[in-house]
Design a protein around this ligand. Structure first.
Ligand SMILES: [Zn+2]
Length: 249
């Protein structure tokens, strides 16, 4: 009876036994590409019906019977679906190829810890933690910044002159409070014409640039603004020094 009602509401479905634990039974709904297993509910339900990442190992193994299967959009994905069926595994999550100026990057989210992405390039493997925004052992692949921008979903790098100064307030001969605007976002910084470290604030979070070493302390979501902010802070610093020199004369 319950099966009859299910069929009425969701269309045809099949019951599959858990591949690991023979006691569990899951239900695959063939019309919606939906499964009742924990993997599907927790990690796959948010993907659209056309996305192969929606396929848990049960849906992948019943791929032929799905009414609207998430089609492979390219030969690589089709190959991947065939492998999933053969080995009874779910479609790899967070998997992509990224074309960079240093060549093709093969990026996969770690199945055991979704915070980590494995990046494969030229026979080398790198690990990136997108929650902590750091590379495993500090070991970065070529085009690291581009990869991070993609993994964090950031817009493209802004031009160096993207920050425009909207106001300056002189505190003393060597210090200014300056406010910069960048694509509708306002930053503020206290620029010190004598110190090497320059610090600013964006949305209550800080960033800092060392003018000597070029070292930047910046929160991940501002990474695409790094060049613009660095150039802006350098220009403000130089202006203070020029003004101080002019006063001397
Ligand atoms: Zn499943």
């Amino acid at each position: 009876m319950l099966d009859y009602i299910r069929k009425l509401i969701h269309g045809p479905f099949i019951k599959v036994r858990s591949f690991r634990n023979s006691g569990e039974v899951y239900v695959c709904y063939l019309r919606e590409a939906r499964c009742t297993c924990p993997d599907w509910k927790k990690r796959r339900s948010a993907y659209s019906k056309t996305d192969p990442q929606r396929l848990c190992k049960h849906l992948a193994s019943e791929y032929d019977r799905l009414e609207n299967p998430p089609n492979g959009h390219n030969p690589e994905q089709e190959k991947q679906i065939a492998l999933c069926r053969k080995y009874r595994v779910g479609y790899p999550l967070g998997w992509m190829y990224l074309e960079t100026q240093d060549g093709l990057m093969d990026i996969r989210q770690s199945p055991s810890d979704p915070a980590w992405f494995n990046v494969y390039h030229d026979g080398d493997q790198y690990g990136f933690n997108h929650e902590e925004c750091r590379w495993s052992y500090g070991n970065q692949p070529p085009s690291a910044k581009e990869i991070v921008q993609v993994l964090l979903g950031l817009p493209p790098t802004l031009a160096e002159d993207a920050v425009t100064t909207v106001s300056r307030k002189r505190l003393d001969k060597w210090k200014r409070d300056v406010v910069g605007e960048c694509e509708g976002v306002t930053f503020s910084a206290r620029v010190n014409g004598k110190a090497k470290w320059q610090r600013g604030v964006y949305d209550q979070a800080g960033f800092a640039l060392h003018l000597g070493t070029g070292e930047f302390e910046i929160q991940p979501r501002l990474l695409h603004m790094e060049e613009a902010l660095a150039s802006w802070l350098r220009a403000e610093y130089q202006q203070i020094r020029d003004e101080a020199a002019a006063e001397k004369r």
